[in-house]
Design a protein around this ligand. Sequence first.
Ligand SMILES: [Zn+2]
Length: 326
Amino acid sequence: MSLFIASLNSGSNGNCYYIGNNREAVLIDAGISCRETERRMSRIGLSLSNVKAIFVSHEHSDHITGIPGISKKHQIPVYFTASTYSSSNIPVEEHLVNYFQGGQSISIGSLTVKPFTKFHDASDPHSFMVTAHQINIGIFTDIGTVCQPLVEHFQQCHAAFLESNYCEDMLANGNYPVYLKKRISGKLGHLSNRQALDLFERYNIIFTNPPIHYLIADKSGQSAVIEFLRGEMKVIRNSEPWQVSTNFIITDSEAPFQIPCSRYRIVYDELKEKGGKITFIDAMNLLQKSSQKNTVWSAVYDPQTLEISLALGGNYNNILKFKIQK
Ligand SMILES: [Zn+2]
């Protein structure tokens, strides 16, 4: 069963996140119009007919503007806390209004939605963790402070939407009025970029042990492995229309055919044999073949179609699919 996750819009002009499988889905917030939500979903092959519930994080207009139209037209139940519903002042048909409480999980078909409280300047704001097929997705937006419940849920997430809202220096030196600067950076406002990065560094997968390396590529087929070691940056460009990088530093190694890494060999040999031309599915199969017991994730990215497939925790039967929008 595949899992589909999409940020249909984020920012002060509207927030709306989609999490679902082939049969059912939920929206977290609906801050853009019904028409625009439909348009954006159909562009990436999703449909509101799969959406079985909308969960509301808080009553700010950029999170709820689309709710009356979407829930009425598609008859989708909406889940609020009692306080958020009374503060939101939006018309939702009575039989579609449902309530949730922080800490209590709600099942929507095979999906589970767990709300938990957060710090933000609204009446009763909540973040959510959605679980589907043992994969946890976090939707953490409009957060003033990194609090303990956020850390606990963040650590359980395989993927997360984490909003960071501003650069501390730019906000301090910019020309917003003082009250607004205080509101944004206060305990009930938004996370800064630095706070969001701190959360990743401290509580998610930690990549210790420098040196580090990564591979970049563009859709023309140009690529390079960038390595940082002994205080220097090394760039290794591709000599073929493909390139391989696994968990070792190429700069310190002999020619590729002498590299004693079995994972590198598996991928190198197959790409060499096929001249680098393999299908999207073959690429994921190749990643599975070269995976290890402790492989955390495998991803295939198609720069032409902007599609990403992601396998988490060695589970290659449950592929998450994303599409990046231009
Ligand atoms: Zn807000």
